[in-house]
Design a protein around this ligand. Structure first.
Ligand SMILES: *Cc1c(COP(=O)(O)O)cnc(C)c1O
Length: 401
């Protein structure tokens, strides 16, 4: 068995097979056992009085939770990881770790909508002021900094709108002003973007997406660098919002095949995006690996790959009825939130109403596409028939594939 101390001598796919388990301590079983529980029995009075040991009560963790935490810490190169019952839980945990009453925080205008709701609702209630910034602002973010600015929150690419941010520029301004950075790294995962290596203080992943990979799991993972780790851990301990042990095991299992599924999603999405770029109905393809995507040059510079989620903007002039006929009658793509699973999804993107700092420049309908594991020919045919329905004002009967 590869020793954990020599792990970095091995390739990343080998590392993914080794982390978070130890057959020598598992009676030889390949996978770790499932620990569930509240109470841990202690032998020493002193241990109980001083809450000693990594596992002194269920809320402090379990070997199952620790396996996933340690594996993720290894993968992200952070100083430590805590888990949450959802990706949104990780976002709240990260923000509550670094922001306090009276602070001003800067959030990208391309952010995942529930993050916006958290900032405008709960955080505002606790006296934290949110200002949204243009995702393509780069080092000009310094013009938005106030004496009480404590956090810059990044999400790259932006949810649905796909802007890649100039992360090194934002990190460098933040460091100069003693401001902490949080990155929602869900799209890239640590395999395609090294958040802590680029100076991000707290990085989070909705493991619900690619780590789970089968649309049967909600989990969030938050890692921190050396400086922010003690504060992140103590915020987590104060709230004790932890996922169930079964879900940790599902996430660990997903980790073994993460690179395979990501690579396949990447391959299919690149193929499909190129095909869509040639379609008459499509105005723009917003995929970080394509030139039309804002921040494409930063993706080329900083990222090691692209995953299976991208958006398209349709030409202006199609009707709402046409759009409904297109998406509601699809056979392979379905309407639904979340992504990173084995099934293809299509969802409308409509950021115009929410935007505060960066106007959405497009007039046509926009659609976000999650590419699953189905055959590319089936996906293209489904879209092709959908485009035909889009172009007809009113469709009479559902088309059959
Ligand atoms: C889905 C998603 C989340 C939230 O994850 P949940 O587990 O669904 O709460 C956070 N950030 C991004 C970018 C997401 O796509």
């Amino acid at each position: 068995m590869v020793d954990l101390t020599e792990l970095s001598n091995f390739g990343i796919t080998t590392q993914l097979t080794v982390i978070g388990r130890n057959p020598d301590e598992q009676n030889g079983f390949v996978n770790p056992p499932l620990y569930k529980g509240s109470t841990i029995i202690h032998k020493k009075l002193d241990d109980v009085e001083h809450m000693k040991g990594r596992f002194f009560y269920g809320t402090a963790g379990s070997p199952t939770i620790a396996n996933l935490e340690d594996a993720w810490t290894h993968l992200t190169g952070g100083a430590g990881t805590v888990l949450s019952p959802s990706g949104l839980g990780s976002i709240s945990l990260a923000l509550l770790t670094l922001a306090k009453a009276g602070d001003h925080i800067l959030i990208t205008d391309s952010v995942y909508v529930p993050t916006r709701m958290l900032c405008d609702g709960l955080l505002a209630k606790f006296g934290i002021e949110t200002e949204y910034y243009d995702p393509s602002v780069g080092e000009d973010i310094k013009k938005l900094i106030k004496p009480n600015t404590t956090v810059i929150f990044l999400e790259s690419p932006g949810s649905g709108t796909m802007e890649i941010q100039d992360i090194p520029a934002l990190v460098s301004v933040a460091k100069k002003h003693g401001i902490k950075t949080i990155l929602d790294n869900t799209w890239a995962t640590p395999l395609f973007f090294d958040a802590h290596g680029h100076g991000i203080d707290i990085s989070l992943e909705a493991g619900t997406k690619y780590l789970g990979g089968h649309s049967d799991l909600l989990i969030g993972l938050t890692s921190a660098n050396e400086e922010c780790w003690p504060l992140l851990r103590s915020t987590y301990d104060a709230m004790a919002m932890l996922p169930g042990a079964d879900d940790c095991l599902l996430a660990l299992r997903g980790m073994r095949t993460l690179h395979l599924r990501l690579k396949e999603a990447e391959r299919k999405a690149l193929d499909l995006a190129a095909w869509l770029e040639d379609r008459d109905e499509v105005e723009k393809v917003l995929h970080p690996a394509f030139k039309d995507c804002p921040g494409h040059e930063y993706w080329v510079r900083d990222y090691k790959g692209s995953s299976g989620l991208f958006s398209i903007v349709l030409k202006d002039g199609y009707t709402r009825t046409g759009l409904e006929n297109m998406v509601e009658k699809m056979k392979v793509f379905h309407l639904g939130f979340s992504w990173g699973g084995y099934e293809s999804l299509i969802t409308p993107v409509n950021p115009a109403r929410q935007r505060k700092a960066a106007n959405w420049p497009h007039r046509g309908f926009a659609l976000r596409i999650q590419v699953g594991l189905e055959e590319l020919t089936d996906l293209k045919r489904d879209l092709e028939l959908g485009f035909e329905r889009l172009a007809q004002e009113i469709s009479v009967a559902p088309l059959q594939i």
